[in-house]
Design a protein around this ligand. Structure first.
Ligand code: ADP
Length: 488
């Protein structure tokens, strides 16, 4: 099968969160199975160019119809760890992708509407007729809309649309219709097309993606249910209900080549279940790097975006609770919201002299690997979590996840003390209520086991490592979906 992924992120070249990992990992799995996969990505100034091999201009003259004229683009080609990637570079005074960050600009809707249109124009220019277009999140929600409404010659292509986060939907105004030349506001401002379900004067990219795609997925079965039946659909629940025959949840996989403690080049000591004692070499290395004191204490960590979604108030509480219970705590994260960033900068200053604690505010792929390898436990007290990758990485590295029972965390983590799973199939700690008592109830049990029953804790670590959440199974689910829609 010939598959083209259109996305705003791809690990490790342009990564903000799990979306990037999924786009890369799924593509690799599909290629390993013998399918042809190509990616179309924006050419951001802030990408990691050191992660692209053989970058060169593949198409000099792509002209994308836009507003009353057209924008000239170059299309670059390069290999990102073996993946074939096309990068779209517009040459216009808006400088859509010549920015310091990936997202967070007032014209984000315009930027990604342009990228969506440019991707389709590029496919037309390069005579690409994939069986499947796989689009991701609001940034590419307009791709299926434009494919159906404007690019009749690409009609044979079927679209799978994956929603990684319902919170960000690309809600915007009429100007998008004129810019993209979709025009016809009376047609698109319709409850069965792009009209936002809450603000009738707004257009919603993600809704367009749902309405116009041949199949829609979100990233775990539990979250598919939550999106349909709870406020977690962020007002798209009704649209999903109408389209529920083409909506399903497919659990994300993890790239087991990238995340593999046996060969990970970013950690000093390699290990597996048989050589678990080597994990403790990484714990020492982590302490050395972050100047933590070397004492008989567990390290508890948080790695991830500092977003309300992630339960920032509980992360903060988890930090103090860890210290109170005699554990050490490491945080690696950052937030696009300056108020949250500032809060954690203050906390960092406050705890500067504490040798049991380190806060690293920023994005650091290398340090993330060392933390997963060196920590004993991670916390994920999310308010909502479509899938979550951090807990899957933690399992792989024998780092016990302490999670809130929400979204993909429910599908992947099973409480050591209270679960329907067989005792030998339990792999972490789970709490339910998003409050201090909730997180304490789980952390207390985890820390208690580490101090008082080290052999039992070690057993839990082994059970965690025995889980397999590689792309193997999820890749097959996506192929089944592709086959299904291709034959329609
Ligand atoms: P989300 O997609 O909501 O951000 P996930 O748990 O699905 O959360 O995926 C987050 C991914 O991004 C993981 O691979 C995690 O290790 C990585 N990550 C998040 N924040 C950072 C950071 N500050 N530094 C390094 N890696 C990070």
């Amino acid at each position: 099968m010939y598959i083209v992924m259109i996305a705003s992120e791809c690990a490790p070249v342009s990564k903000v969160g799990g979306l990037a990992d999924v786009v890369y990992g799924l593509s690799r799995e599909l290629e390993t199975r013998g399918h042809l996969v190509e990616m179309i990505l924006p050419k951001y100034d802030c990408m990691r160019y050191d992660q692209i091999w053989g970058l060169h201009i593949a198409y000099q003259d792509l002209w994308v119809p836009w507003e009353q004229g057209a924008i000239h683009c170059s299309v670059w080609f390069g290999s990102v760890h073996g993946r074939n990637c096309f990068f779209i570079e517009p040459h216009s005074e808006e400088n859509f992708f010549k920015r310091d960050n990936y997202y967070g600009y007032p014209d984000d809707a315009m930027r990604f509407a342009f990228f969506s249109k440019a991707s389709l124009e590029f496919m037309q220019l390069a005579n690409k007729h994939p069986d499947i277009l796989h689009c991701h999140d609001w940034q590419t929600g307009l791709v299926p809309v434009m494919l159906y409404e404007m690019y009749q010659n690409l009609h044979h292509t079927r679209v799978c649309y994956t929603i990684h986060n319902f919170k960000y939907q690309g809600i915007t105004g009429t100007h998008i219709l004129s810019a993209t030349q979709l025009n016809r506001p009376e047609y698109y401002y319709h409850s069965e097309r792009l009209q936002d379900n809450v603000h009738p004067t707004a257009l919603n990219f993600m809704k367009g993606g749902i309405v116009y795609s041949n199949h829609v997925t979100t990233v775990s079965p539990k979250h598919a249910w939550e999106a349909l039946h709870t406020e977690q659909g962020h007002a798209l629940g009704d649209t999903l209900h109408i389209h529920q025959n083409k909506f399903s949840g497919v659990l994300n996989g993890l790239d087991y080549e990238v995340w593999n403690p046996e060969i990970d080049p970013l950690i000093p000591h390699h290990y597996n279940i048989e050589s678990l004692e080597n994990k403790y070499g990484n714990k020492e290395a982590l302490r050395d790097r972050l100047l933590l004191r070397k004492e008989f204490k567990p390290i508890i960590a948080y790695v991830g975006r500092l977003d309300v979604q992630k339960g920032v108030h509980l992360i903060r509480h988890g930090l103090f609770y860890s210290l109170q219970k005699g554990a050490q705590f490491i945080l690696l994260g950052s937030s696009p919201e300056s108020s949250i960033n500032q809060e954690f900068w203050h906390l960092k200053q406050e705890l500067n002299d504490n040798e049991d604690c380190h806060l690293e505010i920023g994005f650091d792929e290398e340090l993330a690997h060392l933390i997963y390898a060196g920590a004993d436990m991670i916390i994920m007290p999310s308010m909502y979590e479509p899938c979550g990758l951090a807990q899957l990485i933690a399992l792989r590295y024998g780092t016990v996840p302490i999670v809130r029972a929400v979204g993909g965390l429910v599908d992947t983590i099973f409480d050591r003390d209270f679960s329907n799973k067989a005792i030998t199939a339990r792999n972490g700690y789970v709490f339910h209520e998003p409050d201090y008592t909730g997180i304490e109830s789980a952390m207390q049990r985890a820390i208690g086991l580490w101090f008082s029953y080290p052999e039992q804790f070690r057993k839990l670590v082994i059970q965690a490592m025995q889980y397999n959440y590689s792309w193997h199974r999820s890749g097959q689910y996506y192929l089944d979906i592709y086959e299904h829609i291709r034959n329609k």
